[in-house]
Design a protein around this ligand. Structure first.
Ligand code: SAH
Length: 200
C-alpha cells in the first residue's frame, strides 16, 4: 500500500458511490414530492457535508492541498480504510436497493411514499447514513492529512446530527404508530444487538 494507491481507493469509493446512485436518482426523480421539509437549513447542511466528504478530499487527492496538514502515511491505516470503503459501498448499494423510489437527497415525502422496513432497513432506521459514516471513517484512514482526512467526519457529522431528529419527526408525522413501532425495534445507524438476535 502506498499513498498513491490509498488516494486511488478514495477515488474509486467516490466513483462507486456515484455509479450506484445515478439510476436510483433518475427513478426517484420521476416520482413527485408530496411534502417536503427542505429549506435553507437543509441546503446549508448539505453544503457542509459535500465540502467535508467531497470538496476538501478532492483538493487533497488532486493537488495535495493543504500541504502544511500532511502527516506520515501509515500503510496499515490505509489497508483498514480500504476495507471500510468496500463496506461503505456495499451498504450504500443495499440501502438504495431497499429504499427505491422513496429515496431523496433531502427530506421529502413522495407521492405514495412507503415506509420501508425490509432488507437492510430491518436492522437500522438510517443505513444510508451508516454508509456515509463508513465513508467518512474510510476517508480519515486513507488520506494522511489532518484537514482532508477528518473533514468527512466533521462535515457529514454536522448533517447527521442536525438532520436525523427532523427526519424522524417527518416520518412519525407521516406514518404514526407504524414508525414509532419501527423505532422501538431498530437502532438509528447501528443494529440493536438484542433485537437482531431475538426480533420479537
Ligand atoms: N435516513 C435514511 C434515508 C436517507 S434518504 C437512511 O439513512 O437510510 C432521505 C429520505 O428517505 C427522506 O426523504 C425520508 O423521507 C426517506 N426515508 C427515511 N427513512 C425511510 C424509510 N424507512 N422508508 C421510506 N422512506 C424513508
Amino acid at each position: 500500500m502506498t499513498p498513491a494507491i490509498a488516494k486511488a481507493i478514495y477515488v474509486i469509493l467516490a466513483i462507486g458511490w456515484y455509479v450506484i446512485r445515478i439510476p436510483h436518482e433518475r427513478r426517484a426523480r420521476r416520482t413527485p414530492v408530496s411534502r417536503s421539509a427542505r429549506g435553507i437549513r437543509e441546503r446549508v447542511l448539505l453544503s457542509i457535508s459535500l465540502t467535508g466528504l467531497g470538496i476538501l478530499p478532492f483538493a487533497y487527492v488532486a493537488f495535495g492541498f493543504p500541504r502544511f496538514a500532511k502527516y506520515t502515511f501509515q500503510p496499515s491505516l490505509a489497508w483498514a480504510g480500504a476495507v471500510v470503503a468496500a463496506a461503505a459501498l456495499l451498504l450504500f448499494y443495499l440501502t438504495h436497493r431497499a429504499l427505491g423510489r422513496n429515496w431523496s437527497v433531502s427530506l421529502d415525502l413522495r407521492e405514495s411514499h412507503k415506509l420501508v422496513t425490509s432488507g437492510i432497513y430491518t436492522y437500522v432506521r438510517h443505513p444510508m447514513y451508516s454508509a456515509f459514516w463508513l465513508w467518512a471513517i474510510a476517508q480519515a484512514l486513507l488520506l494522511p492529512n489532518w484537514i482532508a482526512g477528518p473533514a468527512g467526519l466533521i462535515g457529514f457529522g454536522t448533517l447527521y446530527f442536525f438532520r436525523v431528529g427532523e427526519e424522524e419527526k417527518l416520518m412519525s408525522e407521516a406514518f404514526g404508530d407504524q414508525y414509532r413501532d419501527y423505532i422501538d425495534r431498530t437502532g438509528r445507524v447501528i443494529p440493536r444487538v438484542g433485537k437482531v438476535l431475538s426480533p420479537r
